[in-house]
Design a binder for this molecule. Structure first.
Ligand code: ADP
Ligand code: ADP
Length: 225
């Protein structure tokens, strides 16, 4: 287990008119914390999350994870996007199982692990359904189970509940907090919704509008049961 150290990170996208997405971000992400990254559309939240996932590299500066500079995707880092992109021809069970299959985990072990995480996200009984048979919230639950089944140390989530209705979203937020407390993982959660950030986060990092710069860090003290 380990945290991130983001040191003087900037990201510029090339093209006819280069876009400075992020400018000189300095931030430490602690092991086990629930950190929300908040800011208006276009401030670079997704860019920052993709860099934490090793899916993009900084233009300058560096991101250290554990004791190494992050240079690409890493199995210890699980990612959940707004669109869970489940394979339509695979059942819920088979979608969650895929990462384990690719890693050569034995069938019996796969079954136990997949079932454990489907139960954890509230999808018991939906194992044999196909994605088109699920509501948006349930698809997102399946995406979360898929990420958890790979047993990452960190969950990187980009507006995961942005496309579900309000009540479903509140349920998903509560369930995610319970999972975070039970699993003791580091969670980095991107949102443009102030309520969501303050409800979920131990700390909320506010980015300024484009180019994204670190504006302020809020510590939230929760009275959680
Ligand atoms: P947010 O997630 O906060 O909405 P993004 O990280 O998606 O912000 O985008 C930050 C800025 O970088 C925006 O101005 C966006 O248009 C630009 N941007 C994002 N991805 C690319 C890309 N692949 N190529 C060029 N510009 C991009
Ligand atoms: P969520 O379960 O994520 O809160 P909804 O509020 O849309 O999603 O669904 C409420 C309940 O209705 C679900 O828990 C599920 O039992 C059932 N349901 C919703 N959509 C479907 C569907 N397409 N097929 C089968 N059952 C469904």
């Amino acid at each position: 287990m380990a945290g991130f150290s983001i040191r003087h990170v900037s990201k510029v996208y090339g093209g006819a008119v280069p876009t400075v997405a992020l400018e000189d971000i300095d931030l430490t992400i602690h092991d086990g914390e629930f950190l929300c990254i908040l800011g208006p559309s276009g401030c670079g939240k997704s860019t920052l999350l993709e860099m934490l996932a090793g899916l993009q590299l900084p233009t300058s500066g560096e991101i250290v994870y554990g004791d190494k500079i992050l240079q690409g995707p890493d199995r210890r880092l699980g990612v959940v996007f707004q669109d869970p992109s489940l394979y339509p021809w695979r059942t819920v069970f088979e979608n969650v199982e895929l990462g384990l299959e690719i890693r050569g985990v034995k069938k019996a072990d796969r079954k136990n692990t997949v079932q454990k995480y489907l139960t954890m996200v509230g999808l018991d009984g939906f194992e044999h359904k196909y994605p088109h048979q699920l509501s948006g919230g349930m698809k997102q639950r399946a995406g979360l189970a898929r990420a958890l089944a790979n047993r990452p140390d960190v969950l990187l989530m980009d507006e995961p509940f942005g496309a579900v209705d309000h009540l479903t979203r509140l349920q998903l937020q509560n369930d995610l907090l319970n999972i975070w407390e039970a699993e003791k993982k580091t969670v980095v959660f991107v949102t443009h919704d102030v309520n969501e950030a303050v409800f979920l986060g131990d700390r909320v990092v506010l980015l300024s509008p484009r180019p994204g710069k670190l504006k302020q860090i809020f510590n939230i003290s929760h009275q959680r049961p």
